[in-house]
Ligand binder design. Structure first.
Ligand SMILES: Nc1nc2c(c(=O)[nH]1)N[C@H]1C(S)=C(S)[C@@H](COP(=O)(O)O)O[C@H]1N2
Ligand SMILES: [Mo]
Length: 323
């Protein structure tokens, strides 16, 4: 397992711990006044914003240090643009789902690791976030609908999670699954979609340096509309591969059928690598609209990440690699 580098706010260092005697003295004092409950409530009320029950216990992990190996040749998309234009069908099939997505309950959030692993286990998201080493990376994101953005993600390498899961040598793919809760996410009441959202990668793709598990963006814990608390970022693939709000990670020897592949297999496949030369069934992939400027740019092979990933697909020319 990776070293514990960051400490969450609730794991107080010894230097900050209240010495036991002082603690007991204070408690006796409060008891003496007969105002224990009231005293605590009043103290909390005097400090709005402090010790709030709903505050995010992973907030102390941000901002994480930027890994300069992952930089960009273009401006970042402003946060207010990115966080108000999203695909998250669980909360509606349009781009303005950011308000509806605030209904997503992200704590507690357990992640199941199962399938072809030495021993299946469940880990709480906050626990996971503290066991890995978080870093910031600047990534491109190219949606299959021909718009693109750039974003400072915070997270950890997917290969670190694979190491933690200890897959058997028979595992060839990883299948990711989002939550299923139609009461919370009204989009999941639309029965014609095969909920929950599912995505998959090969073990080799997961081992690539670029494959990133995202826990934050813009130097903060992930906003709900970005797929809190944990999503994937696979910047050389069309955006739909980057599954949001992951609940279950399964190691398997069969290729997972992803959500969009199940809906429209003639238009969406398993690989979905960005290729400007291979048009979508209904539109060209030659260019992309930059979200915050509205200007068009030529789309790059593997979204500009060919040097890092092209080798993964050598000898696979018979596969539908670009849809
Ligand atoms: N669970 C889930 N994950 C998802 C989607 C979704 O609808 N549900 N949409 C995908 C698509 S099509 C894109 S382009 C990206 C959008 O990510 P963003 O909103 O952070 O830009 O999320 C992907 N992950
Ligand atoms: Mo997308």
């Amino acid at each position: 397992m990776p070293n514990i580098i960051h400490k969450p706010s609730w794991a107080l260092s010894e230097a900050h711990a209240t010495p036991e005697d002082a603690f007991f003295n204070r408690r006796d004092l409060i008891k003496g006044f007969g105002l224990a409950g009231l005293g605590i409530a009043a103290a909390a009320a005097l400090q709005p914003g402090r010790a709030r029950a709903d505050s995010d216990p992973t907030a102390d992990l941000y901002p994480a240090e930027r890994n300069t190996a992952f930089t960009l040749d273009r401006d970042l998309t402003p946060e207010d643009v990115n966080s108000t234009y999203n695909n998250f069908y669980e909360f509606g099939s349009h781009k303005q789902i950011w308000k509806a997505a605030q209904a997503l309950k992200t704590s507690p959030w357990d992640i199941e690791i199962d399938g072809l692993v030495e021993e299946p286990f469940t880990i709480g998201f906050e626990d996971l976030a503290c066991r890995v080493s978080l870093e910031e990376r600047l990534y491109r994101h190219r949606c299959v609908e021909a718009w693109s953005m750039t974003i400072p993600w915070t997270g950890f390498a997917l290969k670190d999670l694979v190491a933690m899961a200890k897959p058997l040598s028979s595992a060839k793919y990883i299948r990711f699954e989002t939550f299923l809760d139609p009461q919370m996410a009204a989009g999941q009441k639309q029965r014609w979609y095969p909920w929950p959202y599912v995505e998959g990668v090969t073990i080799d793709e997961a081992a690539n340096d670029l494959a990133f598990m995202v826990t934050g963006a813009y130097g903060k814990p992930l906003a709900k509309q970005f797929g809190a608390p944990l999503r994937l970022a696979l910047p050389w693939k069309y955006g739909f591969k980057s599954i949001k709000s992951i609940r279950r990670i399964s190691f398997t020897d069969t290729r997972p059928v992803s959500f969009w592949e199940e809906v429209l297999p003639e238009e969406y496949g398993f690989w979905a690598n960005v290729n400007p030369g291979v048009p979508h069934a209904r539109w060209s992939q030659h260019q992309e609209r930059i979200l915050h400027t509205g200007l068009y740019m030529n789309t790059l092979m593997f979204n500009g990440y060919g040097e890092q990933v092209a080798h993964l697909y050598k000898g696979m020319e018979r596969e539908k690699l670009y849809m």
